[in-house]
Design a binder for this molecule. Sequence first.
Ligand SMILES: [Zn+2]
Length: 470
Amino acid sequence: MYDLILRGGVLCDPVSAREGRFDIAFEAGKISKVAPEITAPARRVEDVTGLHVLPGIIDSHVHVSNWMGGAAGHRMLALAGVTTALDMAGPIDSVMEIAARTGTGLTLACIDYIRPGHTVEGTDPDMPELEAALARARQAGAVGLKILGGHFPLSATASGRVIELCAREGAHVAFHAGTLETPQNLHGMREACDLAAGHPLHLPHVNAYARGFEASAHLEAWEATRILSAHPNIWSESYLAPINGNSAKCSNGIPESVATQRNLIAGGYTPDLDGMAKAIAEGWAWIHLYEDGVTHLETGPVAVQAWREAMTDIGMSFFVNPPETSLSLAILKRDDGSFAIDALATDGGGLPRNDLCERGLALVHLGALRLAEFVHKTSVAPARMMGLSGSKGHLGIGADADVTVIDLAARKPVLSYGEGRAILERGKVVGQGTTMIVPPEGRARAESLRLRVHIAQAGSFRPVSPLYRA
Ligand SMILES: [Zn+2]
């Protein structure tokens, strides 16, 4: 007796090279049978005729903390068909607390930010201070560290130290490019790749360094892929949404984030409270407004009021991502046929751009990606990067029963499951709780919050590119 059979769907599982009409059966949270027809009895049968059955979608870049994303993220990810995600900034305490309180059945990991005045004292932390920050982050449940160069830059040498430390400790490390010396653009990206000094590094949202500020967006995108080809140690993702994601929070009358300041200046606004109010009122800046359990974009007087009511501490976006860049980076390949950018992510979660189905599947419709390639970039590659390739990213027998069922024509998720438990049912979020991937040091903290726990041993959750040879 199976727990569940998905009957009549079209399977797409690139790892097993299975693509076509198959039934799939779950038992005890695992995939227990895949066959053209399964007639054995089951506690539940879902007719998925006309739908596509994929390995659970893994979003390798999201935000689900009170600093960025807020408490709506778990619900928004579930609605988007995501079953596993990586929070790319923390703060870890907030991510864990929100995961415990608002979980929708996802599997989640988090890397904690290195932020002057928060997790380190200044902009040039030495090695002992960084070691202490990593130890604290791990005890709190984080699998590694995030350098937030574009928002809160460190010195170039301190940024390099973070990467060196994480390589030595087997921790995950991601670098939003940019330092005190170099801004977030192609120069910042080149610098970040050099600072990695051959160590594993997760380079997030590559599209955010090729926005066409210095050359045409097409040329900058091509240059970004050239830089990555020269650095096979680096694992990278890009996203498709036209909006960026940021915080509108101001301290001492100016936006805290350097990125927010730059985006205001780019629109012809002063990087202060007046400039911010004007940019929101006039439709240059968009506020993330919370309504009915999700956030959406709002600009104009209503948005100005929401920003003021939140004492400026609210999410915001600017339309700064040119399609030439995001489309190129999603599909460009290297000479050997591998993708120039390892994964397609969203930088979403609580930020309203969870568009892997909506925009990613549009590329499948255009013939720019085959469905198997979409699955590769949104499940297979992220599962490998997170050290989960045995249990996730494929639909083989014994794998976790993590599945996303999509309506390909509508570009929408219909059903999803995490370890056999329903997360999304015909467009309704039904999942509960969160499985947190934590390092051994973080187990006690996760258990005290009554989270389901998956332990990631040091070295298993590393941003190692498939091309990397240590
Ligand atoms: Zn991000």
